[in-house]
Design a protein around this ligand. Sequence first.
Ligand SMILES: NC(=O)c1ccc[n+]([C@@H]2O[C@H](COP(=O)([O-])OP(=O)(O)OC[C@H]3O[C@@H](n4cnc5c(N)ncnc54)[C@H](OP(=O)(O)O)[C@@H]3O)[C@@H](O)[C@H]2O)c1
Length: 459
Amino acid sequence: MSTTPSSEKPFNIAVLGQGAVGSEVITTLHGDASHLEERAGRSLRLAAIFRRQPELAGTFYEANPELYRSLDAILDDPDIDLVCELMGGMDTARRAIEGALARGKHVVSANKKLLAYSWPELLAQAEKQDVQMRFEAAVAGGIPILNSMASGTHGERMHEMRGVINGTTNYILTQMEGKHLEYGQCLQMAKQAKYAESDPSDDILGRDACQKLSLLIAYAFGKHISPDQIPTTGIVDVALKDIEHAGSMNPPMRVKLVARAEVVDGQIIARVGPELVLASSPIGQIPANLNAIELRSDLNAKGNFFQGEGAGGKPTAASVLSDIVNIARTSEQGYVSPFGRPVQEGHNQPDKRPHTFYVRFVIHDAVGVVHDMTAVLKRHGINLNSIVQLPYAEKMLDNLPFFITVEDTDEATLQRALGEIAALPFNAETPQYIRFERDDLWRKKEDDRGAAQDEAETA
Ligand SMILES: NC(=O)c1ccc[n+]([C@@H]2O[C@H](COP(=O)([O-])OP(=O)(O)OC[C@H]3O[C@@H](n4cnc5c(N)ncnc54)[C@H](OP(=O)(O)O)[C@@H]3O)[C@@H](O)[C@H]2O)c1
């Protein structure tokens, strides 16, 4: 079989940004790209690079100074076929992508923040110009989740998607559990280990996961739901005592920052927040440095599980290069929707379904605390499932952790009840709650008990 590229004219690529991801893409395109060319069916050429400080590229810059050009020179060059935006940020990246599309160039980007907010306008522009735009690397770095959904799930009706798609928070939560350290200490460790940026707000507040979820929803359900519509809670209020208490539950649970979206009665319900997941489940077992996404559909009800590196120069470059090859191979087709399906405007619905929750109080020890607390819960129709106060030393009397789990209740009702309890004088800290990933856990135990009893009676 011939591996010679079929087209004579090379496909000219400009790479904007030469950081963690860009430098890997550049190294591959500039080195032996025969494996890419074989798949693209044509030769691929690194035609230009843009960055603010080329000299930071050291020996690569010294050996190839002619590759470095201004953004305008790249955009105005009619020979450039594809612009690969790997700078990140909003303003320059947007100008570059819009400028490239306006001049009829294909675009690849890994910029989740820009894309999550702006893909409808950018893709409309790509369609108008009849060029392609792809962004596999924008979600879960090296996991080819978007293209899998775009072309590998046509036969299914997707109904649930959930994932751990932010590496920084997964690292922090895993370190808290493994090293028995508080959140703040683990955030510092994440910064030192380069798992967190110097300003980690987007990660720890859940915004990064929310932006990625917004993109995933378009692929899975064909709806555009802006990140602003998705209720998002980060991990800043997760304490070591929550993680330790979760581990002591039966069955043992683990705290993960979960991004989830479900279709319920034809409506999408999406959220990002900490969840108590079964420690033994695939999602509970995701290591600190990996991402994972689970998809459930009518025909794959037990779920398909994708796990891999969600960040890092090389894995993310693999996704970028895959997009480049896909476009080079099909560029003659003109605009092709990256979603593999039509996407319409959608609305996120508030989750009014009942769920089970864990709540942590930290109280000043006093007579009648449990009575006062349960009186409020009773007034809101919330049924307690368990109540745990660990043995404590005298020095903890003013700072006493106290844990409850509650049976099915809707989140808004729980919030109202906790708001009332928070106003009572015995609180040393604001009560915090975490949703259980599976509401059936406690009921399942009942079923198991029932089944065991039936069996015993039959025997
Ligand atoms: N790193 C990952 O693991 C990962 C994973 C998934 C997605 N992504 C996405 O991939 C993109 C690139 O990430 P990265 O980690 O490679 O970033 P990075 O290491 O910070 O590199 C950014 C590069 O862009 C250049 N740059 C930044 N702002 C620029 C501007 N205004 N004009 C010109 N050049 C500019 C920088 O060089 P100069 O300072 O010399 O200009 C640098 O070469 C981002 O959108 C990121 O969200 C990254």
